[in-house]
Design a binder for this molecule. Structure first.
Ligand code: URA
Length: 422
């Protein structure tokens, strides 16, 4: 077997055999196949798709490229959530301790942001002292003591995906349903969770721009999870506007802590509680309702345990950007839309995102929203506050925000409901 044979099979719209899939994923992981050959195959997959059998076997091969974690020694069920990524999506931060406070274990391996979408690890790293890298033993210790752990996947978990994702990111081959589904599910299945709730984002700020594509991605991932014995549920949720009122790492931690204190923006609270109920139901855990755990302080207690167990100081002040600028409402009326993608790119340009995966991010950069679509605004009132460490970054961020918002008579009727479907 050779790489050219596999590439031309897919280029000519034929199905790859089980042997071809197993060989190509293994050979790429071992460095036998060159990056340019894998990039060519990824582009052929993006253009010509994969059958359900191919996606299943591709996912299997990525899982087999590394080790699998095993939580069977724990005394309570495990459950996890994965979001396909968006702008202002800090839901994991309040959600993981909330679900732990309601009686399940949450072993969550998370990622970093790339492009306009934020990553959970970057957000948590704005807390002084907090560590994303844990050994398997440390992960187990945090899980036992706090009920939830959020950390980086070690090198041994689905290494084929680590290599392939980095390659896709720079070769225009991210937006392929078979490749996204197998990438996400290989990591989640290898992570060993018993139950999984997928938050599949739809809209300008998401990988899936329309509901039909999001539904196909959701269905593909639910099938993969179910086939591997993981109880898997998916929600389709809105990402046509940012989630909550904060976009940027420290700003999002601050907003998450407000939610854990029983306050916070209503969309974040609604989605967090709904996902928590789904995660607990999928794991078969009944008892405390998540809405009560946000009010009675038990979710906050779990958060403090989780942050401290990973070296963080939950009471330390968060970094604050020294420079700010405001965008004001051009007229009085109703904010009819606020584009998630443009807000995400502007936050990225203020320093919250990376251009290459080795880049570091600014913990304090980002954007605070003062109104959401549907809110009444008065001419000249602040709509957005931009935060950065480097005032030289304002010009490009402001340029990006041109056309990102509109004030009219009513909310744009094409805005998606927060929860589009289950
Ligand atoms: N997140 C992943 O982990 N993989 C993808 O391909 C896309 C989003």
């Amino acid at each position: 077997m050779d790489a050219i044979d596999v590439i031309t099979t897919k280029r000519d719209r034929h199905e790859l055999s089980a042997e071809q899939i197993s060989w190509v994923v293994d050979a790429y992981t071992r460095g036998v196949i060159a990056d340019e050959q894998m990039a060519s195959l990824a582009m052929a997959i993006l253009l010509n798709g994969m059958s359900r059998r191919e996606i299943g076997q591709w996912t299997e091969a990525m899982i087999r490229s590394g080790s699998r974690m095993d939580w069977s020694g724990l005394d309570r069920p495990t459950t996890d959530k994965h979001s396909t990524g968006g702008v202002g999506d800090k839901i994991t931060l309040p959600l993981a301790p909330l679900v732990a406070a309601c009686g399940a274990y949450v072993p969550q391996l998370s990622g970093r942001g790339l492009g306009h979408t934020g990553g959970t690890l970057d957000k948590l790293e704005s807390i002084p002292g907090w560590r994303a890298s844990l050994s398997n033993d440390e992960m187990l210790d945090v899980l036992r003591s706090a009920g939830a752990v959020v950390c980086a996947a070690g090198d041994g978990l689905a290494p084929a995906d680590k290599k392939l994702y980095a390659l896709r990111d720079v070769t225009g081959t991210v937006e392929s349903i078979p490749l996204i589904a197998s990438s996400i599910m290989s990591k989640k299945i290898a992570e060993g969770t018993g139950a999984l709730v997928l938050d599949v984002k739809v809209g300008s700020g998401a990988f899936m721009k329309n509901v039909d594509d999001a539904r196909e991605l959701a269905r593909t991932m639910v099938d993969l999870g179910t086939d591997h014995g993981v109880t898997t549920v998916a929600l389709l949720t809105a990402m046509d506007r940012p989630l909550g009122l904060a976009v940027g790492h420290a700003l999002e931690v601050e907003e998450s802590v407000e939610v854990l204190s029983g306050g916070g923006p209503s969309d974040i609270v609604e989605l967090t509680v709904r996902l928590a109920r789904e995660m607990l139901a999928a794991a078969g855990v009944t008892g405390k309702d998540p809405a009560d755990a946000l009010k009675d302080g038990s979710a906050m207690d779990a958060w403090r345990r989780m942050i401290s167990a990973q070296g963080g100081d939950p009471d330390a002040p968060l970094p604050q950007a020294p420079e700010s600028a405001q965008v004001t409402a051009p007229a009085s009326g109703v904010l009819s839309r606020l584009d998630a993608y443009k807000v995400g790119v502007a936050a990225w340009r203020l320093g919250a995102g990376r251009a290459r995966k080795e880049d570091s991010v600014s913990a304090s950069a980002g954007i605070t929203l003062h109104a959401k679509p549907g809110d009444r605004v008065e001419q000249g009132q602040p709509l957005l506050t931009l935060h950065t460490e480097d005032p030289g970054k304002f010009a490009r961020a402001l340029e990006t925000l041109e056309g990102a918002y509109e004030v009219g008579d009513a909310a744009d009727p094409s805005l998606l409901p927060l929860i589009v479907d289950r």
